[in-house]
Ligand binder design. Structure first.
Ligand code: NAD
Length: 323
């Protein structure tokens, strides 16, 4: 069993740290929010006074933070200096590829093996220890991290060198965002054509239109009983997190010179959906936006995009896609 420092005890980090304790590891946790540290203590996590304190006398440090700037601030702000030589440093936050690579360089300068290991599976997966970890970094670091990550997840995949885990995460989620919008458009077209939701589902779920957004997360209530659409679009996977990942994909595409026109359109549409106040609801709720309801009446949208209240939805989408 390992001694592990855990920094960032929020929605994801708290249950992940708790699962490490359940599997017999000794965990020292820190978060800027004192209440989160208290919740972790209730799950058997020893409390640390700072990120540097959490990294002292441990074999592994895991960070689970909001964004690239936070990972770099923690790794470069005393945590690496406090860790013993050779401590394995793992970042499971979803961050931009450039910051992930910069974090690996900080660790290499401090002579520590490191891994970017973002996750999919959400808060439910974090609680149930069924997350998928997508890992980037040297094979030695991956081999050392694998048993630790397996205590928090079901699948641990080595995707390649530094930054490859983050690259896999944003490529996957760009596909997901685009496919969800495509499925929503098909259901809205079916509604206009008088085709029932169930009939479209039965055909498309066993035809070439089949995809995860349709068969696991169907955006209309009925065909998939566990989908958030049957639960008032309660997340699930929040629209704000989908927007975050689509923006990361766009940043990466711009930096790498990749052409991602549908990824760009998906980022715009989820931006609009969030501006409409839907950031906390499930991302499949974007079907409301595709139906065009309320688009031109939401004050935040009118203000941000200069929308005239009398315009129809198609006009607004056309405008946004040119934005
Ligand atoms: P969260 O905001 O609930 O948790 C982040 C925690 O980090 C907060 O408790 C915050 O106080 C803490 N923090 C920030 N700066 C810190 C610092 N300098 N030192 C110590 N603690 C600090 O976010 P979350 O939902 O737990 O997500 C964490 C990461 O996982 C994000 O990058 C997110 O994109 C990714 N992710 C989230 C989900 C999800 O469903 N929530 C799914 C997959 C991936």
């Amino acid at each position: 069993m390992a001694k592990i420092g855990f920094i960032g005890l929020g929605n994801m980090g708290l249950p992940m740290a708790g699962n490490l304790v359940k599997k017999g590891h000794e965990v020292r946790g820190f978060d800027l929010v004192a209440a989160n540290v208290e919740k972790a203590a209730a799950r058997g996590v020893n409390t640390a006074a700072s990120a540097a304190d959490a990294a002292k006398d441990v074999e592994v440090v895991v960070t689970m933070l909001p964004a690239g700037k936070d990972t770099l601030a923690v790794w470069g702000g005393g945590m690496l200096g406090a860790a013993a030589n050779g401590t394995l440093i793992i970042d499971s936050s979803t961050i931009d590829v450039a910051s992930a690579r910069a974090a690996h360089e900080l660790a290499a300068d401090a002579r520590m093996p490191s891994l970017d290991a973002p996750v999919s599976g959400g808060v439910g997966g974090a609680e149930a220890a069924t997350l998928t970890f997508m890992c980037g970094g040297a094979k030695d670091a991956f081999d050392k991290a694998k048993p630790i990550l397996e205590a928090m997840g079901r699948r641990v995949v080595h995707c390649g060198e530094a930054g490859a885990g983050q690259a896999a995460k944003i490529c996957n989620n760009m596909m997901l965002g685009i496919s969800m919008i495509g499925v929503c458009e098909a259901f809205v077209l079916a509604e206009k054509l008088g085709l029932s939701h169930q009939a479209l589902f039965e055909v498309a779920s066993s035809s070439s239109g089949q995809c995860w957004s349709l068969t696991n997360y169907c955006p209309v209530p009925g065909p998939v009983p566990n989908a958030p659409s049957n639960n008032g679009y309660k997340a699930g996977f929040a629209s704000a997190l989908m927007l975050k990942d689509l923006k990361l994909a766009q940043e990466a595409a711009a930096a790498a010179g990749a052409t991602t026109p549908l990824g760009a359109a998906a980022a715009q549409l989820f931006g609009l959906h969030n501006a409409w106040g839907e950031g906390r609801t499930d991302f499949s709720g974007i079907i409301h936006l595709i139906r065009g309801k309320h688009v031109w009446t939401a004050p935040a949208v009118q203000e941000e995009f200069g929308v005239d209240a009398k315009w129809g939805a198609s006009h607004v989408f056309g405008l946004l896609l040119r934005h």
